[in-house]
Design a protein around this ligand. Structure first.
Ligand code: BG6
Length: 480
């Protein structure tokens, strides 16, 4: 039988994704307060510096640069950028709201009007071109005051401030935003709590206890956001957002298979189970016992979590992970805030992230088999060095190859039966990298003339992939 390829659904949401802290700039404009991203130093050492116990959350311009402060100046150039997104035919644009633009210190009683008005202008500009915003409520951008005064999500009090923030934005943007997500890559905190939970591990402190308590606070906050969203904007959809990375066993030794399964459950499924199924998974009981974790859960928390579950799962996919119980003598492979062992079947990006389009098909199937809710790939892309030729062209065929193979993998997953809502490629315009604070790690279809040493005119240039993606969207994924 001659089987023709399955098509992407007619209403598939094609677009691109960014986060406020990595591109807006204007870090002290419009009444914005400092946030956690404003104190992250730039450069390849970023994660190492942040992982040192006792990171002090202060800006030290003598010692470090702070590329997030200026970003790519979207704060002033959003009209130009949105026009370019429209030229590519974006149906949706995933962006985040910087919490500290709306509540500069996090704990004010009233929101900052200038901050609210900025996002009104951005949404209006998007609608001018028929682009639907997909908004992440918290993308590594917690107000710094909540970090310093309350220890970030360690504190239950932060739930109240988050609730105030979500109520303010739902009420303000109820006519403008139909797609929301609560916490970006909520599961990333398992390995790295600073950016999403707003605290570091103290010297000698056992990391699991505060991390899992903070997770609990975020789960309660997420359910309160889901509840508020459904009440204030009944027609809207609100999702969770996780890093999705299938975990492979290094070999067929059952010990390693079991180890990979356990890693995958904790990493991929723990947060999903709570946010989508509405309950702590049974395997966590053993984990909590083993690690002497005892959670402070208040009356009503578990009911709230059960009753107010997300409508869909947003996910980022960059790579798979390969795991072995005993890693002695094996090379490790760096990843998106993760680390596994090297997979000899895979090639890696310039930053060592292993490229595995089949892994995307695998993880989409696994998530859909488990949860049966729509999935949305809200991040995927290749961070690479780009070269501007003398004639101004940028021939990023490597990026096109990467994206093509991942789009193909999504099509296969849809053919497998997965309900996939859309695809927003990460860093559709070059921006500051989250893990290294570099401009040189570029993901965009649009090049931004800005460099790690601070030079650059901020001029925007269209890469070869810009035209490629335009065709992909125009043909609804037929022409790859
Ligand atoms: C995800 C984040 O971890 O991956 C983004 O949600 C981040 O904020 C992206 O930028 C790519 O990672 P990086 O470190 O290459 O910027």
């Amino acid at each position: 039988m001659n089987q023709s390829k399955i098509k992407f659904p007619k209403n598939f949401l094609w677009g691109g994704a960014t986060a406020a802290n990595q591109m807006e700039g204007g870090y002290l404009e419009g009444g914005k307060g400092l946030n956690i991203a404003d104190v992250l130093p730039g450069g390849k050492e970023r994660l190492k510096v942040l992982k040192e116990p006792g990171f002090n959350f202060e800006i030290d311009k003598e010692k470090y640069s702070y590329p997030n402060h200026e970003g790519i100046d979207f704060y002033h150039r959003y009209k130009e950028d949105i026009a370019l997104f429209a030229e590519m035919g974006f149906k949706v644009y995933r962006m985040s709201i910087a919490w500290s633009r709306i509540f500069p210190n996090g704990n004010e009683l009233e929101p900052n009007e200038e901050g609210l008005a900025f996002y009104d202008r951005v949404f209006d500009e998007l609608y001018k071109y028929g682009i639907e915003p997909v908004v992440t409520i918290s993308h590594y951008e917690m107000p710094l005051n909540l970090v310093k005064e309350y220890g970030g999500w360690r504190s239950r009090e932060v739930i109240t401030y988050f609730e105030r923030y979500v109520n303010a934005i739902f009420n303000r943007y109820k006519g403008k935003v139909k797609y929301w997500m609560t916490f970006n890559e909520i599961n990333s905190a398992l390995h790295f709590p600073i950016m999403s939970m707003g605290f570091s591990i103290e010297k000698g402190e056992d990391e699991y206890q505060p991390i899992f308590q903070a997770f609990h606070h975020q789960f309660v906050a997420s359910s309160l956001a889901v509840k508020a969203c459904h009440e204030i904007i009944p027609e809207a959809k609100i999702g969770s957002m996780i890093i999705a990375a299938p975990v492979y066993s290094y070999d067929c030794n059952p010990e390693n298979v079991l180890y990979a399964m356990e890693e995958e459950r904790i990493f991929n499924y723990f947060c999903g189970d709570v946010q989508v199924r509405g309950e702590y998974p049974s395997f966590m009981k053993r984990f909590f016992k083993k690690h002497h974790i005892s959670l402070d859960i208040h009356d009503g928390d578990l009911r709230l979590i059960k009753e107010h579950r997300v409508d869909y799962i947003g996910l980022s996919y960059y790579m798979s992970l390969t795991e072995k119980k005993d890693k002695t003598g094996l090379d490790s492979t760096p990843g998106n805030l993760l680390e596994g062992v090297k997979n000899r079947f895979l090639k890696a990006s310039d930053w060592g992230w292993e490229i595995d389009p089949i892994g995307l098909r695998i993880v989409l199937n696994k998530l859909y088999d488990r949860y049966r809710v729509p999935l949305f790939v809200v991040e995927n892309g290749l961070g690479a060095y780009d070269k501007v030729e003398e004639d101004g062209s940028i021939n990023d065929d490597y990026r096109i190859d990467y994206l093509r193979s991942h789009v193909e993998a999504m099509r296969e997953a849809i053919d497998d039966g997965v309900d996939l809502m859309g695809y927003t490629s990460w860093g559709c315009i070059d921006l500051v990298s989250a893990s290294t604070g570099e401009f040189s790690k570029r993901y965009g279809f649009i090049y931004v003339d800005k460099h790690d040493d601070g030079r650059g005119t901020m001029k925007r240039l269209k890469k070869k992939s810009f035209y490629w993606y335009k065709n992909v969207i125009e043909s609804n994924g037929e022409v790859l």
